[in-house]
Design a protein around this ligand. Structure first.
Ligand code: DAH
Length: 336
């Protein structure tokens, strides 16, 4: 019974073990029922009492050592085999998973383009509240009470005093109430009307308002500014048409149309066979409006304009149903 030699042999054999089954065989050889350790224990039984004590302890220590080292080796082998297995799951030649990319909403995109063009022309961006007063939404803009023009831009009332703005024109008033001319602003925003939700109407939509007030501003400037805007938005080949119109807060007022970019003015569903697409309302600011905000209407003049963002996006991207913008169908939204 050579304890030291036995341990040395065990250590060498353990070193050579490469698999769990080899390890198990080694365990049986040393710790099994008919293993070396058990044969040592049997031998001890035959020894005189003094020797029994010494050898007994030595054998016990050897058994503990071997048990511990077998356990450690087992853990190591298990870890290695797991690593091998998970390693197999990586195929370096597989194409990577595509990341999900977000897209800008077409309204956000077109609104951004509109604002960029107008800011480059010298207009400053301003915002106003969605909850408005009758004064800002109607009266200051020269809509008398009971005037039929109010029906055109009817609104949702929240109470006797407050309503949801039905156009962005109240921002003109808010800016003029606070600031003195020269004023050169654009005001984008969401507006609300009790309209049906159909192919060409939505109770919520976006507008961009424009306002330019200074001394001696004339209609020529209005025309030049809005023509330039149309060229930059739709390309230099479009024709721009001005026709007389009516808005209570401008005089004279105009409706601005571009030649139909969908059918090249041959006539189609979108231009209702007229060859023209109306995209802007505009006019010289009514003297009454200037006086309502405390400006001297003999000294100052100016022009204003308003456009519908959905309308421009529909023309630009040839979309024939406004509801698509609000249904949040990813198949539609991911196209822009
Ligand atoms: N506020 C008008 C509307 O919602 C649009 C408009 C027309 C705005 C003419 C203007 C303007 O500033 O001059 O129908």
């Amino acid at each position: 019974m050579d304890i030291i030699k036995t341990y040395q042999e065990f250590a060498q054999e353990l070193e050579r073990v490469q698999s769990l089954s080899e390890l198990e065989n080694l365990r049986i050889k040393y710790l099994g029922r008919k293993g070396l350790i058990n044969s040592f224990i049997k031998e001890i039984a035959t020894l005189p009492i003094e020797e029994k004590k010494v050898k007994g302890k030595e054998v016990n220590d050897l058994k503990n050592k071997i048990t511990e080292e077998l356990e450690n080796k087992k853990e190591k082998l298990l870890k290695e085999s797991q690593l091998k297995e998970t390693g197999k799951r990586y195929d370096l030649l597989l194409p990577g998973r595509k990341l999900w990319l977000g897209y800008r909403h077409p309204i956000t995109k077109v609104l951004g383009e509109i604002v960029e063009i107008l800011v480059a022309m010298g207009f400053e961006e301003k915002l106003g509240p969605e909850i408005e007063t009758e004064w800002h939404n109607y009266e200051a803009l020269n809509f008398p009470e009971d005037h039929p023009a109010r029906d055109q831009i009817a609104c949702f009332y929240l109470s006797d005093k407050y309503l949801l703005r039905s156009h962005t024109s109240p921002i003109q008033i808010r800016v003029m109430e606070k600031e003195k001319p020269p004023i050169r602003i654009i005001a984008p925003g969401r507006v609300f009307r009790p309209d049906p939700f159909d192919a060409s109407h939505s109770p919520v939509f976006y507008q961009v308002e424009g306002l330019y007030i200074d001394e001696n501003v004339n209609f020529c400037e209005l025309k030049g500014t809005l023509e330039q805007f149309c060229y930059r938005m739709f390309g230099n080949d479009v024709k721009v048409r001005f026709t007389p119109s009516y808005f209570p807060f401008t005089e004279p007022s105009a409706e601005i149309a571009i030649s139909c970019v969908i059918c090249e003015s041959k006539g189609c569903k979108t231009c209702k066979n007229t060859g023209w697409l109306e995209i802007l309302g505009a006019g010289m600011v009514h003297p009454k409006v200037l006086e309502n905000v405390g400006y001297d209407s003999t000294k100052y003049s100016g022009f204003a304009f308003g456009l519908g963002v959905e309308r421009i996006a529909m023309v630009k991207y040839r979309i024939d149903d406004i509801r698509l913008f609000y249904e949040n169908d990813i198949r539609f939204l991911s196209q822009f």
